[in-house]
Design a protein around this ligand. Structure first.
Ligand code: ASP
Ligand code: MG
Length: 439
């Protein structure tokens, strides 16, 4: 059995949905198809929710009406028969009735999550109506019946696996299942989600839960590229990446994949393929356990980084200093991305300023604390970088004109990370493209 996930742009137009139907019926392997909301929908739902949270009901109502008009038009082109149009319109009516009802009730976090869930619920149901019109045998599998997160907001793979296997067993005769990405139930039994872009995560969790033969992520680009196509002119798709490399790239900024979505596939060794709906024959990128090729494969950048430097002569020859520093970040649940140390100072980077003031206040008794905001982490990712003789030379030769603030090398075999002022990002990515990849 395989998993195929289609993102927002892959289902964002009626003709794209038609194309998805073709792609999922190309072979006879049983499959679970995970769909995102139509492109733009989740953003609009977020805006509706924000309007409601700030008491701007008129504003929310206007957005709901505009969104509904979009869906009504979509239905017209999605299906042609009277019966199918009536069914698809009934789906739209049901969900917009809900959105109109919430205009009248008081806003809460639980309600916010309900609002955000509407996009995936509608896209899957509408797609199901289309498949029915085309007489493609399938079954809609409600994600809320098997996808769940625990009290720490983490998905529990074995719980998901148990529920999903039971559902599949009950419907053993079916070969095609359609389900929602992104949405889930939380530990309180309420509707929740796997955070923005979480449909990839759904796909990977489903693939892991059923030990799928492959987890295909269909998007609008022909795989993971060696550099950011929005910043540099020439980029090339990468054929094969290891799970570790892909995880680093996704975490450090490659937008094509949700950063947390690698671990479930990795844990169960299900290969992940990144494919292009607009160009289905393109090879794409395969992410798997082992790769043979050595050397740098890609560069990714993560913006909005804050560097914190703590300098103290008390750190000299002392032990336990770092623990005290890290405990502060732990207390405020703020993950650290990069670390460098010298005998008397330590620099760390974080990507959230949510608790910055408190963190600084608690670090100050340890020494002098300095902050650099507006920084960017640039990660050069590849296989066995530490064993590739000239990898680090190429990187630093290329970066000669850039004021590098921090360097992290040796922490993993497949990553060299540098911290630079955000204003140097474009130049850095271009220089690396030329110096490291010869592009
Ligand atoms: N629809 C959700 C979002 O836009 C989830 C996803 O598409 O991955 O964030
Ligand atoms: Mg996405």
């Amino acid at each position: 059995m395989k998993v195929m996930k289609f993102g927002g742009t892959s289902v964002g137009k009626p003709e794209r949905m038609h194309q998805v139907a073709q792609l999922i019926t190309k072979d006879n392997e049983a499959k679970i198809v995970v769909l995102s909301a139509l492109s733009g929908t989740t953003n609009t739902l977020v805006a509706i929710s924000d309007s409601l949270a700030t008491g701007k009901r008129e504003n929310a109502k206007q957005k709901i009406d505009e969104l509904e008009a979009h869906y009504r038009n979509f239905v017209k082109e999605l299906v042609v028969t009277e019966a199918a149009r009536a069914k698809a319109n009934a789906v739209v009516t049901e969900h917009f009735e809900f959105l109109n009802i919430i205009l009248k009730i008081s806003f809460s976090e639980a309600l916010n999550k309900d609002i955000l869930a509407q996009g995936e619920l509608m896209s899957t149901k509408m797609f199901s109506v289309y498949l029915e019109e085309k007489e493609i045998d399938h079954m809609l599998l409600p994600a809320l019946e098997f996808m769940s997160i625990d009290a720490n907001e983490e998905p529990n793979l074995s719980a998901i696996s148990q529920k999903l296997s039971a559902l599949l067993q009950q419907n053993a005769a079916k070969k095609l299942f359609i389900t929602q990405g992104y949405i889930c139930k939380n530990a309180r039994g309420e509707v929740d989600n796997l955070k923005r872009g979480g449909s990839d995560y759904t796909a990977s969790l489903v693939a892991a839960a059923i030990h799928a033969s492959v987890c295909e992520i269909w998007t609008d680009i022909d795989g993971m590229h060696n550099n950011d196509p929005r910043v540099v002119d020439k980029t090339v798709p990468i054929d094969v990446l290891s799970f570790d490399e892909a995880a680093e790239l996704a975490y450090f900024g490659a937008k094509i994949l949700h950063p947390t979505c690698i671990w479930p596939a990795q844990q169960t060794n299900v290969p992940v393929k990144l494919l292009n709906t607009m160009q289905p024959e393109a090879k794409g990128t395969t992410i798997q356990e082992n790769v043979s090729e050595e050397g740098p494969k890609a560069v990714a950048a993560k913006d909005g980084i804050i560097a914190i430097n703590i300098k103290s002569s008390r750190m000299l020859l002392a032990y336990g200093f770092l623990r005290k520093v890290f405990e502060v970040f732990e207390k405020y649940k703020t993950p650290i991305d990069m670390i460098t140390t010298s005998e008397v100072a330590v620099s760390v980077t974080i990507d959230s300023d949510a608790h910055l003031a408190e963190i600084i206040k608690e670090l100050e008794p340890f020494g002098t604390v300095e902050l650099d905001k507006d920084q960017t982490i640039v990660s050069i990712v590849g296989n066995e970088l530490t064993h590739t003789a000239d990898a680090i030379k190429k990187v630093f030769d290329a970066l000669a004109p850039v004021p590098v603030r921090m360097v992290s090398y040796g922490g993993s075999k497949h990553n060299i990370s540098i911290l630079i002022p955000a204003s140097y990002k474009k130049q850095t990515l271009q220089l690396l493209n030329k110096g490291v990849f010869g592009l």
